[in-house]
Write a protein of this length. Structure first.
Length: 123
């Protein structure tokens, strides 16, 4: 290893640290600037009772549709990954990693829908 190579590696590490510290500083500044949002008063106007019933019913249907879509999508991902690993066993690690990442993204659909349901029903 020559001296030039070690300095280049040191310089790359230094740039990574600077970049990471810049991102952390940006997050702190954004967190500080966003704090007044949480100080707002809650809205006092609630929907009428007949509208509130329909909000609950629509939220239930949306959660059912999201759960069904997630189930179908996850089964298709698993089937495609199994088929891909059977066709090319040497790529099983990469296929498995991509499958797990895809399953995570699919599952977030159901979790985001659940969060929206709680936000709408919890008015």
């Amino acid at each position: 290893m020559t001296g030039a190579t070690s300095w280049a590696a040191f310089y790359k590490k230094e740039n990574k640290v600077k970049r990471l510290s810049g991102v952390l500083l940006l997050l702190v500044v954004l967190g500080t600037l966003a704090s007044p949002v949480f100080a707002q008063a809650a809205a006092e106007n609630k929907p009428p009772e007949h509208v509130a019933v329909w909000i609950v019913i629509a939220s239930g249907f949306s959660m059912a549709i999201a759960a069904a879509a997630c189930g179908i999508a996850q089964s298709r991902v698993a089937a495609a990954a199994c088929e891909g690993m059977a066709r090319n066993p040497s790529a099983a690690g990469a296929i498995r990693t991509a499958m797990i990442l895809g399953l995570v993204f699919i599952e977030t659909l159901a979790l985001f829908t659940l969060a929206i349901v709680f936000a709408k029903v919890g008015y």
